[in-house]
Design a protein around this ligand. Structure first.
Ligand code: NAG
Ligand code: NAG
Ligand code: NAG
Ligand code: NAG
Ligand code: NAG
Ligand code: NAG
Ligand code: NAG
Ligand code: NAG
Ligand code: NAG
Ligand code: NAG
Ligand code: NAG
Ligand code: NAG
Length: 420
C-alpha cells in the first residue's frame, strides 16, 4: 500500500443536478475501505477582494472538477483527531469542513475557505496574490448521528466576510456504513418550506422571478433571526424588503429597472455573529442573495448597518448581477436597543442598486431572551407621530372655541328671554 493509501483511499464522483443549474459535487473521505464522511452538495462562493482601484465581489461555483485532498482529509478516528473533509479545486482553492459529535448529534464544527488571489480567471485585477484563509465556527449544520443531514434550501455560511451558500445538500459524518444513511435529519429551512409549500418538488424547482416593470406592492414583512454556535439568538430582524436595481435583460436586449420584493416564506436566512460584526444573509430561491452586515462601534456603543451586498443570477440576465457597498451608515442605534422604522426608507447602495425597507425592526447586538430590546424610532416615525398630536391639539382647540361660543351665545339669549 502506498503511504497516501494508508491515510485513505478517496473517491470523487460528480454529476450535474437534473433540476438545478448549480453543479452538484459528491465528495467522500474513506479510511481503510470504509467511508466516514460523504457529501453531495452544490456550493456557491461569494468573495470580495481588492483591486488597485476598488473592491469587487465575485461568485464562484464549486466546480465538478473538485477533488478531495487526501493528505488533509481525515476520518479522525486513528489519533482521536478531528474529522476533516477537505476539497480542493483550481490553483489552490480549498473548502474544508470539520466535524464534531457528542454521541447523539454531530455537527459541522468549522468551515474553512481558502482562495488563491493569483488565479486571475476568478479574481481579475486583484492587487494581491496572497492565498487567503477564512474560517468560522458558526455553521449551523447538524444532524442526529446515523442520519443524513438533508437540506434542499440554500444555506449561507459567512466566514471572514465571505459567503458560502450550500444548496441541495446531503451530508453525513461518523457514518455507520459506506452509503449515506436512509434516515435523514431535515434542516429547519426545509421544514419551514414543507409547512408552507407543497412538498419537495416545489422546493427543488429553481425560482425564476418574473420581471415586473412597475413597482410591485409593499413587500410582505418577514421575521428573521440568527443564532450563534451555542444556540442563543444573536440577531433579530422583522422587515419588508424591496430590491431596486437595473440590469441588462438578454431577451429585451436593454437595461431594465427591476423592483423585486423578497417573499418571506420563500426566503431562507443564515449568517453569523461576532463581537463587533454581525451578518444576515437572505436567500430567495437559488438565485437572489442579499447580505446585510452590521457593525458595532464599542467606543460609541452604537451599531449600524455598514454593508449591503446583493447577488442575483436570473435566467434573463446577460451576466449575474452583483453589487455591494461596505462603507454604509444606516439604521444607527444604541447598543442594548433595537432600531425601528415603520416609514419606508430607501437605502442607496450603489448607483444601480438600492434597498427599500418597510416596517423595520432590527437588533444585531446585545440580544437577550430572544426578544427585541426597547426600540429607538427613526426620525421619520417621530415626525409622523407629531402629525396626529398637532391635528389632535388643533381639534381640541376648535372644540373649545365652539363650546365657548355656544355658552356665550346661550347666556346672551337667556338674558334676552328674561327681559321679555
Ligand atoms: C479493500 O477493498 C479491496 C477491494 O474492494 C480489497 O481487495 C482489500 O483487501 C480491502 N482492504 C481492506 C483493508 O479491507
Ligand atoms: C481591501 O482594502 C481595504 C482598505 O482599502 C482593507 O481594509 C480591506 O481589508 C481589504 N480587503 C481585502 C479583502 O483584502
Ligand atoms: C489593494 O488595494 C487596496 C485599496 O483598494 C489597498 O488598501 C491595499 O493596500 C492594496 N493592497 C496591496 C497589497 O497593494
Ligand atoms: C448563473 O446561472 C447560470 C445558469 O442559469 C450558470 O451557468 C452560471 O454559472 C451562474 N453564475 C453564477 C455566478 O452563479
Ligand atoms: C496560486 O495560483 C498561482 C497561479 O495560478 C499558482 O502559481 C500558485 O501555485 C497558487 N498557489 C497555491 C498555494 O496553490
Ligand atoms: C448532545 O447535544 C444535544 C444538543 O446540545 C443534547 O440535546 C444532547 O443531549 C447531547 N447528547 C449527549 C449524549 O450529550
Ligand atoms: C449508529 O449505528 C452504529 C452502527 O449501526 C451503532 O453501532 C450505533 O449504536 C448507532 N448509534 C446510535 C446513536 O444510534
Ligand atoms: C407565501 O405567503 C403568501 C401570503 O402570505 C401566500 O399567498 C403564498 O401562497 C405563500 N406561498 C407559498 C409558496 O406558500
Ligand atoms: C453563547 O455564546 C455567546 C458568545 O458566542 C456568549 O456571549 C453567551 O453567553 C453564550 N450563551 C450561553 C447560554 O452559553
Ligand atoms: C429605484 O432606483 C432608481 C435608480 O436609482 C431611482 O431613480 C428610483 O427612484 C428608485 N425607485 C424606488 C421606488 O425606489
Ligand atoms: C442589441 O442592441 C444593440 C444596440 O442597442 C444592437 O447593436 C444589437 O445588435 C442588439 N442585439 C440583439 C441580439 O438584438
Ligand atoms: C467609533 O466612532 C468614533 C466616533 O465616531 C470614531 O472616531 C471611531 O473611528 C469609530 N470606531 C470604529 C472602529 O469604527
Amino acid at each position: 500500500m502506498k503511504p497516501s493509501m494508508a491515510c485513505g483511499s478517496l473517491l470523487l464522483l460528480t454529476w450535474f443536478a437534473v433540476l438545478g443549474f448549480l453543479q452538484a459535487v459528491t465528495l467522500e473521505v474513506r479510511e481503510r475501505n470504509s467511508t466516514c464522511i460523504k457529501a453531495e452538495l452544490s456550493a456557491l462562493f461569494s468573495i470580495t477582494y481588492n483591486t488597485s482601484s476598488n473592491s469587487r465581489t465575485v461568485q464562484v461555483q464549486l466546480p465538478n472538477t473538485t477533488t478531495v485532498d487526501g493528505t488533509s482529509s481525515s476520518c479522525g478516528s486513528v489519533t482521536a483527531g478531528i474529522p476533516w473533509l477537505v476539497a480542493t479545486f483550481g490553483p489552490g482553492h480549498t473548502l474544508g469542513l470539520s466535524f464534531s459529535t457528542n454521541g447523539s448529534l454531530y455537527s459541522v464544527a468549522a468551515l474553512m475557505l481558502q482562495y488563491n488571489l493569483s488565479d486571475s480567471s476568478i479574481f481579475p485585477e486583484a492587487n494581491s496574490s496572497a492565498v487567503v484563509t477564512v474560517e468560522t465556527a458558526s455553521v449551523g449544520i447538524w444532524a442526529a448521528i446515523n442520519t443524513t443531514y438533508h437540506c434542499v434550501s440554500a444555506t449561507s455560511v459567512v466566514a471572514g466576510g465571505q459567503t458560502v451558500t450550500f444548496s441541495d445538500m446531503r451530508l453525513e459524518a461518523y457514518m455507520p456504513g459506506n452509503d449515506l444513511s436512509s434516515a435523514e435529519t431535515i434542516c429547519a429551512a426545509d421544514q419551514a418550506h414543507t409547512t408552507t409549500l407543497t412538498p419537495t418538488t416545489t422546493a427543488r424547482t429553481p425560482v425564476t422571478p418574473t420581471p415586473a416593470p412597475t413597482p410591485p406592492g409593499t413587500p410582505e414583512r418577514g421575521t428573521y433571526s440568527i443564532s450563534n454556535s451555542n444556540g442563543t439568538v444573536c440577531l433579530l430582524a422583522q422587515m419588508g424588503l424591496q430590491l431596486n436595481f437595473s440590469y441588462v435583460s438578454q431577451p429585451q436586449n436593454k437595461t431594465v429597472q427591476e423592483f423585486f420584493n423578497l417573499t418571506p416564506n420563500m426566503t431562507s436566512s443564515s449568517g453569523s455573529c461576532e463581537a463587533s460584526r454581525a451578518t444576515l444573509v437572505l436567500t430567495q430561491g437559488r438565485t437572489t442573495t442579499l447580505n446585510l452586515t452590521f457593525t458595532l462601534n464599542s467606543t460609541t456603543n452604537k451599531y449600524h448597518l455598514s454593508g449591503i451586498n446583493m447577488l442575483a443570477n436570473w435566467s434573463d440576465m446577460t451576466a449575474p448581477f452583483s453589487a455591494g457597498n461596505t462603507s454604509l451608515d444606516y439604521l444607527r442605534t444604541t447598543l442594548g436597543r433595537s432600531y425601528m422604522c415603520n416609514a419606508e426608507q430607501t437605502l442607496a447602495v450603489v448607483p444601480s442598486f438600492s434597498l427599500n425597507t418597510f416596517r423595520v425592526q432590527v437588533q444585531s447586538f446585545g440580544v437577550t431572551t430572544n426578544q427585541f430590546a426597547t426600540a429607538e424610532e427613526c426620525q421619520m416615525d417621530q415626525d409622523e407621530m407629531l402629525i396626529p398630536i398637532i391635528v389632535g391639539a388643533a381639534l381640541a382647540g376648535l372644540v373649545l372655541i365652539v363650546l365657548i361660543a355656544y355658552l356665550v351665545g346661550r347666556k346672551r339669549s337667556h338674558a334676552g328671554y328674561q327681559t321679555i
